[in-house]
Design a protein around this ligand. Sequence first.
Ligand SMILES: [Zn+2]
Length: 72
Amino acid sequence: MQRQLVEILACPLCKAPLTLAVTREDATEVLEGSLTCTACAEVYPIIEGIPNLLPPDLRRAMEQEATRGGGH
Ligand SMILES: [Zn+2]
């Protein structure tokens, strides 16, 4: 995602602005990092340039779904 995108993104829970923390970036965009809500302090990951702004409950449900599969 482009750095400026943080200005138009908002927390899906409380609609407050987000703070961008960058772990890895190239010349034009952020590849990995996190977005932290300035109001409720929820953290949203940025993975491979894609900000994951799913509400945390839904995100955790999906992560559990992903780890549960592949039993054998
Ligand atoms: Zn929030």
